[in-house]
Design a binder for this molecule. Structure first.
Ligand code: UT7
Length: 356
């Protein structure tokens, strides 16, 4: 699917928030659990540490502070939201949906609320859905949340997956605006490649040995990722009549620094325009892109008028890009140092200045 949306109705992001759990797991700690090393993980993935949810935390507990921060930045309350989408593959439970649980906790009593499953690309799909609902006049204020607690579905004795993933969530408020905003989307799925990244036994299909852990063919996913990150970005840029030279901020899915570097070089985007935080969070699946957006806002790169290109990819296999003109006017970035385990506060909403 590819499209520019409506030219007479503009929709944009008006608030942004993110949250990563407090507990940090370093590569050194992982090397005590499985046969791996800091050197291998850093060289092959660029990941140095990741955050892991506490036993008491479910997905909605990660989404709540991110959502509250996004609402605060947008200057609205939960009751003002009429559409709430949570993109995830690790909901609190299959039903009720995490979005319904979150709507209740936020006081979003008028919101249509549902979860969306598109692997690590979920946040991009959810953004496009919110855009469509708002541009179509069905909703006025959407809260789009992406988050996962992948630590719950990993086999902690499998070194090929356990080093890659982390837990986290991010949220944006999406509203109609005077000016665009979202300019174009490109989304796709290739179910034939689904078995390269899957969770057999997690649904109604019967499996012989359903151990319910993530299974991944890393090399195939790597090949897929390097291909679609480039193709999807080029497609959405061409659709809008833009080129890579126009892109001010590139926010790729944070899966592996080598994948990001490959896409960046192939596209020809200068490295100082690329947002990378996979070193600190690992791959947080649906949380990846909003966490990276929050980091870019925190360090002052997301300013009004900047052209932002986001591309996600993941299980499905799926991919998705959005091109948007950032419309939020922000103050100069906070110079406060990073403090682990707290809500990631962008400058406009900062109180204590804590950032992750
Ligand atoms: O949202 C999408 C989620 N998934 C991804 O993005 C995954 C994409 N794929 C990747 O990022 C990479 O393929 C990996 C990081 C998973 C693996 O890197 P690679 O360079 O493709 O390594 P490889 O699978 O080809 O394995 C190379 C060697 C193997 O040993 P042999 O067969 O050469 O002796 C593996 O057994 O590295 C070994 N290995 C490890 N060694 C130490 C695999 N995992 C580890 C590990 N520590 N954690």
């Amino acid at each position: 699917m590819i499209g520019n949306g409506r030219s007479d109705v503009h929709v944009t992001i008006t608030g942004l928030g993110a949250y990563a759990p407090e507990r940090v797991i370093t590569n050194a700690e992982l090397s005590q659990l499985v046969e791996t090393s800091d050197e291998w993980i850093v060289e092959r993935t660029g990941i140095r540490e990741r955050r892991i949810a506490a036993d008491s935390q479910a997905l909605s507990d990660l989404c709540l502070p991110a959502a509250q921060q996004a609402l605060e930045q947008a200057g609205i309350e939960g009751k003002d939201v009429d559409l709430l989408i949570v993109a995830t593959v690790t909901p609190d439970m299959m039903f009720p949906s995490t979005s319904a649980i979150l709507a209740d906790r936020l006081g979003a009593t008028d919101a249509a609320a549902y979860d969306l499953s598109a692997g690590c690309t979920g946040f991009m799909y959810a953004l496009a859905q919110a855009y469509g609902m708002l541009a179509g006049g069905l909703a006025r204020r959407a809260l789009v949340v992406g988050g996962d607690v992948l630590s719950r579905i990993l086999d902690w004795s499998d070194r090929s997956t356990v080093v890659l993933f982390g837990d986290g969530a991010g949220a944006v408020v999406v509203e109609p605006s005077e000016e665009a905003g979202f300019l174009a989307f490109e989304l796709g799925a290739d179910g034939a490649g689904g078995e390269h990244l899957w969770l057999p036994g997690s649904g109604s299909r019967r499996f012989e040995d359903p151990d319910r852990f993530v299974k991944m063919n890393g090399r195939e996913v790597f090949r897929f990722a390097t291909r679609v990150l480039v193709q999807s970005a080029e497609a959405v840029l061409e659709r809008e009549g833009s080129t890579v030279d126009d892109v001010d901020v590139y926010v790729p899915h944070q899966a592996n620094v080598r994948i990001i570097d490959h896409a960046t070089k192939k596209l020809g985007i200068p490295s100082d325009r690329v947002v990378i935080n996979v070193d600190r969070y690992g791959n947080t699946s649906s949380g990846s892109i909003p966490l990276a957006l929050a980091d870019a806002q925190e360090d002052g790169r997301l300013r009004q008028g900047k052209l932002v290109l986001m591309t996600g990819m993941g299980a499905g296999l799926t991919w998705g890009s959005a091109l948007m003109r950032w419309t939020m006017g922000l103050e100069a970035p906070s110079a406060e140092p990073a403090t682990p385990g707290q809500t990631i506060r962008p400058p406009a909403a900062a109180e204590g200045g804590a950032a992750a």
